[in-house]
Unconditional design. Structure first.
Length: 255
């Protein structure tokens, strides 16, 4: 079984449940003296956060997430699937990018690969609609891999000077890419790759940027919902988390 979610509860100093985190992230808070461990499945922050995470949001965000594929139900060979492809979301406004957790769901590798082929058909339609030809970055994980290498390099070489929030942000990105919590060896291995890459020569994704650049403010929500509907209609998932739907669950603040 490949476990994506450790479902460790994080509490505020006053005892309010804020969110769930993985083992490695929980250990990071504890080792840095930023939290104390109340049990194997609960930590409590020792500092006052800027916000209460998902405490005031819909119950969706505070429920434990099952470690199973939302399509077929298997618990084997799981990975995190981004409902809205990264090649588009990376060009979203920051306030939308930071609320992307709702649109990350566990899929087994066979179901993930099956949907990626189906999704390519939708991307081709968007390419025609927005006159934005598909490119290499739109069809695989190359750009995300480069981002993982850069973030790993930063973690390894600037660990002591990294603000806590920045570390968590970069660590979570690497975790999403791998579909599991990265080990120290993972991060060191990716960091070593940085010496062989000239980032300035890699260019940037053209298709996703071209599509999103033509959006009005009012276009983002329908675009996100369209991808949610596409996933539901084509894969017919039978094991979605309670409350997951096309409309989305409301949320206010993050940690």
């Amino acid at each position: 079984m490949s476990e994506l979610y450790n479902n460790i509860s994080m509490l505020s100093p006053c005892g309010k449940k804020m969110c769930h985190v993985g083992k490695r992230k929980a250990n990071w808070y504890v080792k840095r003296g930023l939290a104390k461990r109340l049990s194997s499945q609960t930590i409590q922050l020792l500092f006052e956060p800027k916000a209460l995470g998902h405490h005031d949001d819909a119950a969706y965000y505070l429920q434990p997430m099952p470690n199973r594929c939302v399509v077929c139900g298997t618990s084997n060979n799981l990975s995190r699937h981004h409902i809205v492809p990264h090649c588009y979301r990376m060009f979203f406004p920051e306030e939308l990018k930071c609320h992307s957790w709702y649109d990350i769901l566990p899929l087994c590798r066979p179901c993930h690969d099956e949907y990626e082929l189906i999704a390519l058909g939708k991307k081709k339609l968007l390419a025609e609609q927005y006159q934005a030809p598909l490119d290499l970055y739109s069809c695989n994980d190359l750009y995300e891999l480069v981002s993982v290498i850069k973030k790993s390099h930063t973690i390894v070489n600037h660990w002591d000077n990294l603000p806590s929030a920045k570390f968590v942000e970069m660590f979570t990105y690497i975790e999403d890419f791998l579909g599991r919590e990265p080990t120290d060896d993972d991060i060191r291995a990716y960091a070593k790759l940085a010496r062989n890459i000239k980032f300035e020569n890699l260019g940037i994704p053209k298709h996703g940027e071209a599509v999103v650049s033509k959006f009005e403010v009012s276009d983002f929500e329908p675009f996100i919902k369209a991808w949610r509907s596409h996933f539901l209609d084509t894969m017919k998932p039978r094991f979605l988390p309670n409350g997951w739907n096309v409309a989305g669950a409301p949320q206010k603040e993050k940690i």
